[in-house]
Design a protein around this ligand. Structure first.
Ligand code: PLP
Length: 400
């Protein structure tokens, strides 16, 4: 009998972190590897945010804070949600955690009983199913195909709802596809959800600010105010403000859920770093011009990657609305053989081939629940992306 808890066997380590680690190891061993696996911007945290952190330290903001987050940060979050999303929350309806990931963890731990179902559109961010499983819940996947631009269809959502459904998780723009729901597309989903009182909506808006081509971001409770009382709106500063290492994420929602999340947090991390919280206040309240500048850079990269991947034999790549990922299909290479005689049977075989033959690290689609695809993160320089895509084209052309 293992000394370790049974519940650990339900989950696996993050596959995206595993790919980044493997790429780093190969690089350290002297291989010329281009990593397209990382889920973080390659930009630095803007200087005014760093200055706010230094100021906070000098002012002695180095002690424990409230479990839910400092009053200043929770007020800044309420102001942001009002300003950007037309949502009216009070500071006691906000819980700040150590990154978006911990707020999702707190929310699922605080609400799931054994056997409760969580609807997860696939492809999904890898942590949704595993945190659900750890909390005793059952992920119920809804396939969102490339033909539908990886967006959940209202009928498929409705078919997945049962008496046991507790949450539906929505993530727009999405990791891993970059797909984002327009107002009409979101309304089609909220029209279904208003009919089922027992279903709550967890909306992960982490990539809200990273969108292209005049796309208008919307969040479920904004599109359908009737859902406000059963929606948990999640967001954070990690991606848009290039603050992945600072570990600040937040949830806004019904008081009962927020209080329960705070209770869990009070017996785990207590709160996120006081200095990071001060920096997050500046991120939310401070100037935002860098967001548009960085998005312009991301958009150029997206367009390079989409074009070059579509030129590769056997690959097909959609143009997503946001985030910094593309999720090409590799259906056209399945069944082909590599120059050293191996058959590509799965998307995992394909990304392994890319890494071994050409030193390009991407994440296989199976990890995100929709195959045969793979995820490319384009949060790296144009030069690295052009080189990586050239290598992918060469690898595809070498398949027989
Ligand atoms: N939600 C999505 C969709 C993500 O892609 C990520 C990070 O990759 C997170 C949440 C977690 O972000 P954080 O680093 O703030 O925990």
């Amino acid at each position: 009998m293992s000394f370790l808890a049974d519940k650990l066997s339900r989950i696996k380590p993050s596959p995206t972190i595993a790919v980044s680690t493997k790429a780093a190891e190969l690089k350290a061993a002297g291989r010329d590897v281009i990593g397209l696996g990382a889920g973080e911007p390659d930009f630095d945290t803007p200087q005014h945010i760093i200055d706010a952190a230094v100021k906070a330290m000098n002012e002695g903001k180095t002690r424990y804070t409230a479990v839910a987050g400092t009053p200043e940060l929770r007020q800044a979050i309420c102001d942001k949600l009002k300003r950007d999303n037309e949502l009216t929350y009070t500071p006691d309806q906000i819980s700040v955690g150590c990154g978006g990931k911990q707020t999702i963890y707190n929310a699922l731990m605080a609400t799931l009983n054994d056997g409760d179902e969580v609807i997860v559109p696939a492809p999904y961010w890898v942590s949704y199913p595993d945190i659900t499983l750890l909390a005793g819940g059952v992920p119920v996947f809804v396939n969102c195909t490339a033909e539908n631009n990886f967006k959940m269809q209202a009928a498929d959502l409705e078919a997945a709802i049962t008496d046991k459904t507790k949450w539906v998780i929505l993530n727009s723009p999405s990791n891993p596809t970059g797909a984002a729901y327009s107002r009409d597309e979101m309304k089609a989903l909220t029209d279904v959800l208003v009919k089922y009182d027992h279903v709550h909506v967890m909306t992960d808006d982490m990539y809200e600010l990273i969108t292209y081509d005049d796309f208008e971001f919307v969040t479920p409770a904004q599109v359908e105010p009737k859902l406000f009382d059963r929606t948990l709106t999640l967001n954070g500063v990690s991606k848009a403000y290039s603050m992945t290492g600072w570990r600040v994420g937040y949830a806004a929602g019904p008081l009962e859920i927020i209080k329960a999340m705070n209770k869990i947090q009070s017996q785990s991390t207590t709160h996120t770093c006081s200095i990071a919280q001060a920096a997050a206040v500046e991120a939310l309240n401070g100037p935002h011009d860098f967001v548009a500048e960085r998005n312009a850079v991301f958009k150029e990269r997206r367009d390079i990657v989409v074009k070059m991947l579509n030129e590769a034999e056997g690959l097909e790549c959609k143009t997503p609305e946001g985030a910094f990922y593309v999720y090409p299909s590799c259906a056209g290479v399945i069944g082909k053989s590599t120059p050293d005689g191996k058959t590509i049977k799965t998307d995992e075989d394909f990304v392994t081939y890319l890494l071994e033959a050409e030193g390009v690290a991407a994440v296989h689609g199976e990890a995100f629940g929709l195959s045969p695809h793979f995820r490319v993160s384009y949060a790296t320089s144009n030069e690295a992306l052009i080189e990586a895509c050239t290598r992918i084209q060469r690898a595809c052309a070498a398949l027989k």
